[in-house]
Ligand binder design. Structure first.
Ligand code: SF4
Ligand code: SF4
Length: 223
């Protein structure tokens, strides 16, 4: 899921300077789990805006703001309120903000900062595990990603700075290559450690990414 964090009230205040009427949009997916754009946060933002003398002419929490067509459909249902607003404030990741801004000519403001693709360790605790590099090498690294977990992204580690299994960039953390070594040892696959991981083909990480599912002719379902 996309991990995001709220913009500070001071920053929002500066962004909203000169605007009096707003429409608020939240997201029921990642932004809700991160507690930046669910029902509670939309309501709290509305209270804050109204206490500051602004008028919130309407609000909605989309099921998932990154779904462009659904966002457009939902937004149409609120057209009169959206038309009344001078600005839309969106409490979702940057993908969601862009879904909304593609559906209206009214100014759309991002109310949160998107951080990374994250795993949930436990409620409220998120960790970056994958950088979406476009060419996964987990099969060669015992299921641990050095591209993301090593601060230098070293593909054939450890680097010369490792000390007693600790990372030279952050001594509080284990060197990820020490972890990879230990897991390969447990799996009795240490021979894999001798292999050189080929330099990554970063052309596969072409931006902006696009991907279309292949249609499965038998089922009518997209694979
Ligand atoms: S190698 Fe790492 S960054 Fe690349 S796809 Fe696999 S897990 Fe993600
Ligand atoms: S000590 Fe290990 S994790 Fe830290 S930068 Fe070097 S290779 Fe990467």
């Amino acid at each position: 899921m996309i991990i995001s964090t709220p913009k500070g009230r001071e920053e929002l205040e500066a962004l909203l300077a000169g605007y009096r009427t707003l429409f608020l949009v939240g997201c029921g997916a990642c932004a809700t789990v991160c507690k930046v754009g669910g029902e509670d946060e939309v309501f709290a933002t509305q209270e804050w805006l109204e206490a500051g003398g602004r008028e919130v002419v309407g609000s909605m929490v989309l099921k998932e703001a990154c779904h462009v067509m659904r966002a457009a459909r939902e937004l149409r249902r609120y057209r009169s309120q959206v038309d009344e607003a001078e600005v839309l404030l969106v409490l979702s990741c940057g993908g969601g903000v862009q879904s909304i801004s593609s559906c209206t000519d009214t100014r759309v403001l991002a109310g949160v900062d998107s951080l990374f693709l994250g795993n949930i360790r436990r409620f409220g605790e998120f960790e970056e595990k994958c950088s979406l590099c476009g060419e996964c090498i987990l099969n060669e690294t015992a299921g641990i990603c050095p591209v993301t977990n090593c601060p230098k992204g070293v593909l054939n580690g450890p680097c010369g700075g490792m000390e007693d299994g600790h990372c030279e960039v952050d001594a509080e953390r284990d060197c990820i290559w020490a972890k990879i070594y230990r897991r390969l040892e447990k799996q009795q696959r240490l021979a894999a450690f001798d292999r050189v991981v080929e330099a990554k083909d970063w052309s596969k990480k072409f931006k902006p990414g696009r991907h279309q599912l292949a249609r499965n002719p038998g089922s009518g379902v997209e694979k």
